[in-house]
Design a protein around this ligand. Sequence first.
Ligand code: FMN
Length: 467
Amino acid sequence: MKQLKLGLFENVAANVGGTVTWRHEDDQRHRFDDLRYWRDLGEVLEDAGFDFLFLGDAWGWAEIDGVRPPVATQESLDLPRLDPVVVASALLSTTRNLGLVVTGSVLVEPPYAFVRRMATLDHLSGGRLGWNIVTTGTAETAVRAFGMDMVAHDERYAMAEEFLEVAYAYWEGAWEPDALTRDKRGRFADPAKVHPVEHAGRFFRSQGYGNAPYSPQGTPVLFQAGASTAGRRLAGRHGEAVFIGSGPAADLRRHASAVRAEAVAAGRAASDVQVMAAVSCVVGASPGDARRRHASVLRCQTPEATVASYAMFTGIDLSAHPPGTPMADLRTELSRTQLERFAGRTVGDVLDAWRTHGVGAQPIVGTAQEVADEICALAEGADLDGVLLSPVLQPTSTLEFVEEVLPLLRARGVLADGYRDGETLRERLTGSGSPVLPRTHPAAAHRHPRPGASPTRSGEHGGGRRG
Ligand SMILES: Cc1cc2nc3c(=O)[nH]c(=O)nc-3n(C[C@H](O)[C@H](O)[C@H](O)COP(=O)(O)O)c2cc1C
């Protein structure tokens, strides 16, 4: 069995993934706006050897037929929510090894300023940055807030392709890795190694010089989780770590092979994509104890919150349809994944499932031994490269996992014992031995000298670390 990579999923909000947990007595997410809370969590993850902290993000809010249900605010289903980039930057100085993966949408802001923000984090973290590329499934309310017109589902993926082209042009091509000489005799940078970018496309136009010089990883490690046909194509073409959500091992295996096949179709190796599934768990001293603890989490859910939460992801009001309605009869231009993952099920089934785990994974409920067994079986059955722990309660579930489950997985050799070799997130996550993307990745086409020009000097693009 492969040795798994390990990440932790969190949001800078009082609830995560569409279920209500903030009211639970063992939950601290109501402290989402407290720097101490984030620093403590960062320290727990670093001490435990997690590869990365993944900070999800969303724009928009729950609405049903144009009206915001009061329960969404009362239970903090979607708002308030703070900026993950700022939280990640606050953790740079308190962590040394932990990768920091931030979610950024291609829909709401043009690439130029975003590119500099990401490069700044990659510089200051010494190459520990990852970017989760999202197209914003909650687009309908988000576009209003940004004063934009609605962009349909597949068009948002076309937008993502173009956004990435512009971003790569700046990250990989604007400043060559050795452009900064910092020579006190009067040559801070070499003008021959700084290049203007010119892009005029369907969605974006940008012309000019990049602000940030080449960062340790050039392009941050690219994470993607789109599950629709268009989403998988984007993930296969660009993603280095791809989340495939949760579900039975056989479904996950099919999803994982589909993403790897997209990578191969795009001229990459199947192994260039690290496929990771979301895993949740409720650990108890005995199976009965675990079930009781899980029941206490489920008691925090209400039918109104469940309906509002599903509507936030899809715009669909499940309470307006009889429970026996097949999900196949419903349509959305928001997150198609949240419809497709329930293919063959009814509205009643989905209300039930959403109440127990929302957008996330059905928790594994049992003793530490049982949880470890299930994680291993899932990883093997689905041919996973890693798991993304999605804690039910925070920090309780994370601490339980670290103290009780992690040692069992380490003892079986399923998880590495501490941080792997390499200074950057890319080296540790992909094992490629290089901090930058390989030549087979579309980003590499933006490097200088361009294909057809004289060959790249050796040592070039070996990373942007200061010599
Ligand atoms: C583990 C995991 C984490 C995700 N995190 C985010 C997130 O932070 N923000 C977001 O907008 N979407 C997030 N998504 C959703 C996906 O990016 C994607 O938008 C969704 O699956 C809909 O895909 P589709 O547009 O291809 O249907 C996540 C999905 C998974 C499986």
